[in-house]
Ligand binder design. Structure first.
Ligand code: NAD
Length: 496
């Protein structure tokens, strides 16, 4: 039983409700996870609230030391975390190790917290008057995270929030909660005081309580767009600061002058990596002019060589989908694409892996001649399904992306500097790759899309993460010299 982590220890209460956690490679239930009630959330928030006063006043250098110790522990348990991720999510072990590495980089960013929290100071803004700006933690913060990066996405949030002096209640995905449970234990071992970081497992019921809880000051959310919109609207209506990152439909444009081998490698890696269950996965390749005729054979040849299998098997490049329900949804989209008249070039349905016949596998799937009216184009499929849309002109490709409801990531493949610069300038998307298929910024920049891929103004981690988890305070000080000028009812003016 995977229970909650509250007040620095594993809960020993018997949960009223539980949910199964599957092994996606075999289809078997491997564990049960507790589903929090509102009362469980209240316990975690009460503990976080009680811990806040002490943690916010803990010297920033001490907080930094805890972060350094946590960094060391996560680095030395990298493989343990990756194994938990693979066991519950299904992605390959190499991919899971890469995921932990990207999370670790955010912890390393948070280790620089004394520098990151330095304020501004202006001397003598008026006679005897100085102004300083400081940033202070907001209080109790909640994080709600998706299944697809069970280690990394929570680490986008809590290390930064906690280093800033906040306390944090995490509600990870109920599909793969174990990486967060181990992270909480490691943080405790690093010297984090009880209550500063709690993990409440659960579903909608826990989230609904978080959104209205009066003692939660801010909510970070990452997940699908309908839920992100709901979190943003409900959280802000209840007076909370909210950043809610949503879903995506990422396009990769291939111009006729591109290096087709490079573009084919990129399309296959970014389309099928982690079985397409990445918010930055490429799901649409937009070919301009005759690019498709040269790109497609190269993509097909690579698909033929992909090794699909259990994530923990040596040599597997692509694992199963997270649940049987999600597998059925992805297969439903492939059926739909066929019905809509898209050309099915590679079909991943019905894939049986020897010894893992009940696993949630779908093989790499490729549709050609997809059009924007088709359902497979309009929706985020979140599986190993790549669609090729052919257009005649570069401007059509840019128009297609700019009209899309999502704006998370996009890429252009070309050797023409002017074409690349036009893309960078005109495209209505938050993260842009030039000959880079998955443009995820490192931890010292911030991550976030545009349009329906984000609700709220601050992107996650990096400088915008610091901004989100702190409030600005301006202090104006006056230490007058002994000469007083008397009462002046006029509005203060510079130099007076
Ligand atoms: P999801 O929206 O179903 O779930 C996300 C979280 O919300 C989970 O913790 C879940 O328990 C909770 N939740 C689910 N339904 C809820 C409801 N009705 N009310 C309240 N809470 C609810 O997303 P998922 O399937 O776990 O993850 C995949 C999605 O996440 C994809 O759409 C993907 O694009 C997106 N994602 C986005 C980013 C990004 O940075 N923009 C990163 C990773 C994943």
């Amino acid at each position: 039983m995977i229970n909650h982590w509250i007040d620095g220890r594993l809960s020993d209460t018997t949960p009223e409700r539980t949910a199964p956690v599957y092994d996606p490679a075999t289809g078997r239930v491997q564990d049960q996870v507790a589903l929090a009630t509102a009362a469980d959330v209240d316990r975690a928030v009460a503990s976080a609230k009680a811990a806040f006063a002490g943690w916010r006043d803990t010297p920033v250098t001490r907080r930094q030391q805890v972060m350094f110790a946590f960094r060391e522990l996560v680095a030395s348990h990298r493989t343990d975390l990756a194994k938990l991720i693979t066991a519950e999510h299904g992605k390959t072990i190499d991919d899971a190790i890469g995921e932990v590495q990207r999370g670790l980089e955010v912890i390393e960013f948070a280790c620089g917290i004394p520098h990151l929290l330095k304020g501004d100071f202006s001397e003598q803004v008026s006679t005897g008057v100085d102004t300083l700006t400081i940033r202070q933690p907001v209080g109790v913060v909640a994080g709600i995270t998706p299944f697809n990066f069970p280690g990394m996405v929570p680490m986008w949030m809590y290390p930064v929030a906690i280093a800033c002096g906040n306390t944090f209640v995490l509600k990870p995905s109920e599909k793969d909660p174990s990486a967060s449970m181990l992270s909480a234990e490691l943080f405790q071992e690093a010297g984090l005081p009880d209550g500063v970081f709690s993990v409440v497992n659960g579903d909608k019921e826990a989230v609904d309580r978080i959104l209205v809880h009066p003692d939660i000051a801010a909510v970070s959310f990452v997940g699908s767009t309908p839920i992100a919109r709901h979190i943003y609207e409900t959280g802000t209506a209840n007076g909370k600061r909210v950043q809610a990152l949503g879903g995506a439909k990422n396009h990769m444009v291939v111009l006729p002058d591109a290096d087709m081998e490079l573009a084919a490698d990129a399309a296959v890696s970014a389309g099928y990596g982690s079985a397409g269950e990445r918010c930055m996965a490429i799901s649409v390749v937009v070919t301009v002019g005759d690019a498709a005729d040269r790109l497609l054979p190269a993509v097909q040849e690579r698909i033929g060589r992909l090794r699909v299998g259990p994530g923990n098997r040596e040599g597997s490049e692509m694992g199963p989908l997270v649940t049987g329900q999600h597998r059925d949804k992805v297969v439903g989209f492939i059926d739909q694409g066929e019905k809509e008249g898209a050309e099915l070039v590679a079909d991943g349905r019905g894939l049986a892996i020897e010894g893992h016949e009940e696993g949630f596998f779908v093989g790499p799937t490729l549709f050609d001649r997809v059009t924007p009216e088709m359902e497979i184009y309009k929706h985020e499929i979140f599986g190993p399904v790549l669609s090729v849309v052919r257009v005649d002109h570069y401007q059509d490709a840019i128009g297609l992306i700019n009209e899309n409801q999502y704006g998370n990531g996009t890429a252009v493949f070309t050797n023409d500097g002017g074409a690349a610069r036009k893309f960078q300038n005109e495209i209505q998307v938050g993260m842009v790759g030039i000959n880079v298929p998955i443009p995820v910024p490192l931890s010292f920049h911030s991550f976030g899309g545009w349009k329906d891929s984000i609700f709220g103004t601050d992107a996650i981690y990096g400088p915008e993460g610091i901004h989100f988890y702190t409030r600005q305070k301006v202090v104006i000080t006056r230490w007058p010299d002994p000469i007083h000028r008397g009462v002046d009812l006029g509005f203060p003016q510079h130099g007076s």
